[in-house]
Design a protein. Structure first.
Length: 253
């Protein structure tokens, strides 16, 4: 998984150069509505009251901060150094002990104890099916017997329909392409005037039936599904029209 590390290190450096990622001046007021929606999803599926929560690929820490603000004990794993530094800034602003930052790769990190909820937002599908199955097995080991995992999964039908479209994200140009044979989204991004330097994220898209096939031997099974128009969870839509779905995974199977 070294290539994803290189890709995300590059993306974070570009976002930092634009002043749109890491900042020592972040406050709770900077947490966006979709981060609070993610925190609400944890409460909805893991149950009321404070929980021990693991977030994989925590990025700049806004979701982790929202979870900690809601009273949870959060462990955030992030392998990009600049993003991990942003997480540590958050940890210094939140109630002591509510956010623990682990700068490591979640394919190899060793963590103590088990969790009521394991969250992987906006990232599942990077890597091969074998790597995803290995990660799911690790998630099963991290969960308490009554715990659950919350995982965002991209749908193939949405991205097939939007292949070739361009976008802009915090000053970076981007283009979406869909590989039908691999059932994968390829998302290229680059700064203005630097298209030859573009980096590409490749994300395996899965129907719920595809996802169930990945569970074999992992110790997990599919619980509930919530399908949304976008990764911001703002508008629920039928699964056939969804960009992604939030899958709740539970021990068993």
């Amino acid at each position: 998984m070294e290539r994803p590390r290189e890709i995300y290190t590059t993306l974070v450096s570009w976002l930092n150069a634009a002043g749109d990622f890491c900042s020592p001046d972040v406050t709770v007021n900077d947490i966006g509505p979709h981060h609070w929606r993610r925190a609400a999803a944890v409460a909805r599926h893991a149950g009321p009251g404070p929980k021990r929560v693991l977030e994989l690929g925590a990025g700049g820490g806004y979701t982790a901060a929202a979870l900690a603000e809601r009273g949870h004990e959060v462990v955030a794993v992030e392998f990009t150094a600049a993003a991990a530094e942003q997480l540590r800034w958050w940890a210094g602003k939140l109630p002591e002990g509510s956010l623990t930052v682990v700068e490591d790769d979640f394919y190899s990190v060793e963590l103590e104890g088990r969790f009521d909820a394991v969250c992987y937002f906006d990232g599942f599908g990077i890597g091969s099916d074998e790597e995803q199955r290995f990660l799911l097995g690790r998630v099963a080991d991290w969960l308490k017997p009554a715990g659950c995992a919350l995982v965002d999964v991209m749908t193939p039908w949405y991205w097939a329909a939007h292949s070739g479209e361009a976008d802009e994200f915090h000053g970076l140009h981007g283009r979406f392409d869909f590989n039908g044979e691999a059932c994968a989204l390829r998302y290229r991004q680059w700064p203005e005037g630097r298209g030859v330097e573009a980096v590409a994220q490749v994300v395996r898209c899965c129907s719920p039936a595809d996802l169930r096939l990945l569970f074999e031997g992992t110790g997990l099974r599919l619980g509930t599904l919530e399908s949304y128009e976008s990764e911001r969870y703002a508008r629920p839509v039928p699964i056939a029209k969804a960009m992604l779905y939030l899958a709740t995974l539970v021990p068993g199977g």
